[in-house]
Design a protein around this ligand. Structure first.
Ligand SMILES: C[S@@+](CC[C@H](N)C(=O)[O-])C[C@H]1O[C@@H](n2cnc3c(N)ncnc32)[C@H](O)[C@@H]1O
Length: 197
């Protein structure tokens, strides 16, 4: 899969402020805020943080510590929040063991070459009983358009994992689904708990 996010960082950051993205992103932020309600974030990580759109939401909840991980250093450079540690790394590689109380990944899984390794790394890095909010594209008409847009305009492939396959993989990695909901126009969001001991 070609990796274009590095060159897109500037464009990506600006896009968030423009219609229709600004409205969509505000809606997504509200939905994630709802899922976060009542969760003690503790040591928290935003995986595939990009320019920090969701990192700032996590920051507003005052976690004990907050880490932003992304493969693109150019994306991470845009995150100017105080107290945020940055890790420039591939999420399919080791980023800790029993290290975090909570994690969020929004719009990353569909860009990862080996999504199974990604889930496995998350399961290892999250403490038993920790919470994981995972948001990714689901297979539907709108995501097929999104996939075409990425193929044609961005020249990058995306991998929309069927929901049943994804849920099996999550279960196999000790994740228990506490909530699942659909976000307009094509995302599925899971609130998961690490049931591992
Ligand atoms: C669509 S953006 C989402 C950014 C952010 N979560 C948000 O909601 O705005 C996807 C991000 O995932 C990052 N990414 C893609 N593949 C990655 C990988 N294998 N490991 C870590 N980050 C990756 C990209 O650099 C990009 O910043």
């Amino acid at each position: 899969m070609s990796y274009k996010f590095t060159e897109d960082a500037q464009v990506y950051a600006k896009k968030m402020d423009r219609l229709p993205w600004s409205v969509l992103r505000r809606y997504e932020r509200r939905q994630i805020a709802g899922l976060l309600d009542g969760i003690e974030l503790g040591d928290c990580i935003d995986i595939g943080a990009g320019t920090g759109f969701m990192t700032s939401l996590l920051s507003s909840r005052e976690p004990r510590s907050l880490t932003a991980l992304d493969k693109s250093s150019q994306m991470l450079e845009h995150i100017q929040l105080r107290g945020v540690s940055k890790i420039c790394a591939d999420c399919t590689e080791d980023f800790g063991s029993d290290r975090f109380d909570s994690m969020l990944s929004f719009g990353l899984l569909e860009f990862v070459d080996d999504y199974r390794s990604f889930i496995n790394r998350c399961s290892k890095a999250l403490k038993p009983g920790g919470h994981f909010i995972l948001v990714t594209a689901r297979d539907c008409f709108a995501s097929r358009l999104y996939k075409r847009y990425h193929n044609l305009i961005m020249q990058r492939d995306i991998n929309v994992v069927p929901e049943d396959e994804l849920e099996r993989e999550l279960n196999n990695n000790s994740f228990v689904t506490l909530k699942k909901c659909y976000l307009f126009p094509f995302n599925v969001a899971y609130l998961l708990k690490n049931g591992g001991t």
